[in-house]
Design a protein around this ligand. Sequence first.
Ligand code: GLU
Length: 502
Amino acid sequence: MTVRTRVAPSPTGDPHVGTAFIALFNLAFARQHGGQFILRIEDTDQARSNVESEKAIFDSLRWLGLEWDEGPDMGGEKGPYRQSERSEIYAQHVQLLLDAGHAFKCYRSAEELDALRAQKKEAGGFSALKYSDLALPQDVAAQREQDGAKYVVRMHVPEEGVCTFKDMLRGDIDMDWGMIDCQILMKSDGMPTYHLANVVDDHLMEISHVIRGEEWLSSAPKHQLLYKYFGWDMPELCHMPLLRNPDKSKLSKRKNPTSIMYYHRMGFMPEAVLNYLGRMGWSMPDESEKFNRDQMFSNFDIQRVSLGGPIFDQEKLSWLNGQWIKELTEEEFMQRYVDWGVNKSYLQPAVAHIQPRISTFSDVLPLAGFLLSPNPEIEVASFTHKTLENEQIVKILQVGLWQLEAIRHWDKENIEKRLFALANVMDVKIRDFLFPFFVAIAGTPASFSVLDSMAIMGPDLSRARVRSSVNLLGGVSKKAMKKLEKEYRAISQKIDSLLAGE
Ligand code: GLU
């Protein structure tokens, strides 16, 4: 058997370190067995998927040295490798399931589904919706069909009993069918859900081993059943432990930067980040801390993965990065440093702001060093403003951060549009509004254009600095956050209509 593995990210945000972690283990497994590694883009959620995010996935995986053999940007025999280009295939497969009676059209409205769930909850026991709950009287179903009512396609699942499936790391796992819904396979807009597309693609792309995050364990019974319905062999399943913050919670950007590109911009070496990811729940047979990709691959054994949630700790990563840096020759060090940030493509956009403000070259670093250094040391007192209260500053930074997170194409124009619209909706003078951003980004309000600075530094570093300033100022309490989120929903609607009306 040829081993074929894949990583299947959804392009809906920043390229996540979790994606790189899963990609690394899939690639290691494939290389260990002389097999192939595939990149598939799961972009069936059309509202959230975007090309900028897809490109960021390509760039960041390549930066880490996680090269794929087949994928959307390079083709391959089993393509297309972007799910949005495979709608026909999913439609055919849904039809097969409908024809065989393994799936059914469900005309239930959202209100009816809510009521059904509430009923089941009240009755106690499992709350999953089964065919016996969902089926409509025949005449009602026929009427809805005749009226052209919206429907989804759902799979049949057993009403009760136990499903057993095998995981490469855990052995046999039992799950009660009672917990498992009649999963939607095709949405009312004709798009497949993750479950259908994933199973069909893994089969057609001849994936032999599915190595994915632990959060998909509960999907395994449905997937196993789909393979059975289609009459296909199921790939081996392997669920990797989830990466965690140092406080053991699931890795989240509020506590730990999660975008791979953040680590790039902060001056980490890709070899060190990869090495660190390789240490997440896995170790070399000789327990060595520092190893490169090829050393990992030639010593790889998936059974050495341990299931305790590995902690992604930036301090440990920094230590490891330091080990990698120390081993560079002086020549390599210079070259790496220049390639990273002291180069024309990164710094030239800042020159127009620096040149008119200085009289000697030695003034450059004090003025623009924040573009090259990590989070500047900022005092709480630097945020003191003549009219804005501390509380309002935190609020401006937090909602500003949400606006910055909403930007897909990161450039000065979009940053300006978003922040200016926000200042307008919040009714704060633009000068005052930008003040805390100057301090968060450059450490001082006396810096040059903060919009240009953010454009140069890129989204990851800019957002991280704003986020850490929110924390420095005491953060937003849970209760206040709830209120702010609510307020923000109204604000962002206004902004969207303001921007749409331009
Ligand atoms: N698209 C899924 C994700 O974003 C893929 C999960 C899987 O590997 O099956 O994680």
